[in-house]
Design a protein around this ligand. Structure first.
Ligand code: ARG
Length: 463
């Protein structure tokens, strides 16, 4: 059988053209959506009297066979069929004869591919959201367990103020909540059906787009056919949402890499998610977080690639748009495996409470608290308090201790107005718990954040 579009051609397509032009090698991933879309289209054609009962039954039966053949690996993918749409349609015609040829009535590959790809993106949007919820769940458990495990909070990667590890985990949980919401909003914005738009202008056949849309789980049909067959915003949103989420994951990955180094020793990644060196027997490497950080790059690349493909395309469909799929598949697969493995890494890592708390004795973390004490208790203007605190830090440095380890006499020698209750202010735990403002790091506020996000999580799991 020649090409389905070969009517006006007198020469066969070259093998080189097939190789360059075909998308079958990658768009075969869409087979499930292609069959689903065709079945909905056939059902509507039948309801509209365009297909008779027998033709409709034959199509349903043929599609069932094709589905089985693909799933069992028996389907013959032939690159000269160009894409999954034509490969399936050709096989259908082989199986059921003329009824197969009627299926493409009131349809074009332009609305067909727009439908299949959108169904794919929407389905994976739901999968990714589920994975995000699982990961947030894990963050909440770790956060609850470590809401009073102190570690140095940093700015410029320098010790700044003491925080607790639960609070740190909740920062990532908050990012993932936003990621979830981005996917959720993209889902509803794009939950409209392209099928029935045909090539670009609609069709003279009496299609019922409302019916196919509802049948396929969409909110309704899209508004404008010309836009619909040209539109890849749903894929771009997916790519952007993934890229942003991977940026968050990459930042956590970076911290895990630092934290598992000998210098930090804050966490130990489980053996099941670490790798060894082929030459240095003592080594245990954080390959998983490194790959999470590394793979973030390709998700940015996929976003930029599709944005670039789309810019400057005249309406409506152009073959350039076939380039939309590989990068999207890649980002989706990267996101799904990344979320899954990160969840396991977090669940199985051990948190070295002692090392974190020891690290809090480096870098005079309670210096801000001393300045606050001088302002609050001694009524000293903040600028002066800042200066006095600087002198206390210098004294601690001179003695080779942390500010929190100076005794009352030491502090008194810096400024006479200081009284013994200063020692409580300088304790690292006091410093952490003093940050009790809404959203702050105190154990109480951290638990409150966990509670709020837990409630949100439960509401999402229910819906
Ligand atoms: N394989 C094509 C793609 O992925 C399907 C649509 C082809 N449409 C066309 N008019 N050539 O974009």
């Amino acid at each position: 059988m020649g090409k389905m579009w070969s009517g006006r051609f007198s020469e066969n397509a070259s093998a080189l053209l097939d190789q360059f032009n075909a998308s079958l090698n990658f768009d075969r991933k869409l087979y499930e959506y292609d069959i689903k879309g065709s079945l909905a289209h056939a059902k509507m054609l039948h309801a509209q009297g365009i297909l008779n009962d027998q033709e409709y039954r034959d199509i349903v039966e043929g599609m069932r066979k094709i589905h089985d053949e693909i799933e069992s690996g028996k389907f013959v993918f032939d690159i000269s069929d160009e894409d999954i749409h034509m490969a399936i349609e050709k096989r259908l015609t082989q199986l059921i004869g003329d009824a197969g040829k009627k299926l493409h009535t009131a349809r074009s590959r332009n609305d067909q591919v727009a439908l299949d790809f959108r169904l794919y993106v929407q389905a994976h949007n739901e999968i990714i959201r589920e994975l995000i919820l699982n990961l947030i769940d894990t963050f909440l458990s770790v956060a609850k367990k470590h809401a009073s495990t102190m570690l140095p909070g940093m700015t410029h990667l320098q010790h700044a103020q003491p925080i607790n590890f639960g609070f740190h985990m909740m920062a990532y949980a908050s990012m993932l909540k936003r990621d979830y919401e981005r996917f959720e909003s993209s889902f509803s914005r794009n939950n409209f059906s392209p099928i029935g738009c045909a090539a670009l202008a609609g069709t003279p056949h009496p299609v019922d787009r409302e019916m196919t849309a509802k049948d396929l789980g969409f909110e309704g049909p899209t508004l404008n056919c010309l836009d619909t067959v040209s539109n890849r915003d749903f894929a771009l949103e997916m790519l952007f949402n993934i890229a942003t989420m991977m940026m968050h994951i990459s930042r956590l990955a970076e911290e895990l890499i630092l934290w598992s180094s000998s210098e930090f020793g804050f966490v130990t990644l489980s053996d099941a998610y670490s790798t060894g060196s082929s030459i240095m027997p003592q080594k245990k490497n954080p390959d998983v977080p490194e790959l999470l950080r590394g793979k973030t790059g390709r998700t940015y690349g996929n976003l930029i690639a599709l944005l670039t493909v789309m810019k400057g395309l005249p309406l409506a469909y152009n073959k350039d748009m076939q380039e939309d799929k590989e990068g999207t598949f890649d980002s989706v697969e990267t996101a799904e495996i990344s979320l899954t493995i990160l969840n396991e890494v977090i669940k199985t890592m051990s948190v070295n409470k002692k090392r974190m708390e020891q690290a809090c004795k480096i870098g005079h973390l309670s210096a801000t608290d001393l300045a606050d004490y001088l302002v609050e208790k001694c009524h000293i203007p903040f600028r002066e308090a800042h200066f006095i605190t600087g002198r206390a830090v210098a004294l601690a440095e001179e003695k080779g201790v942390d500010l929190s380890e100076l005794d009352y006499e030491d502090l008194r020698s810096v400024d006479e107005r200081i009284s013994p209750d200063v020692l409580e202010y300088l304790s690292i735990r006091h410093s952490m718990n003093a940050r009790n403002s809404e959203g702050g790091t105190s154990t109480q506020r951290t638990l409150e954040q966990i509670e709020t996000l837990r409630r949100w999580l439960e509401s999402k799991k229910e819906s």
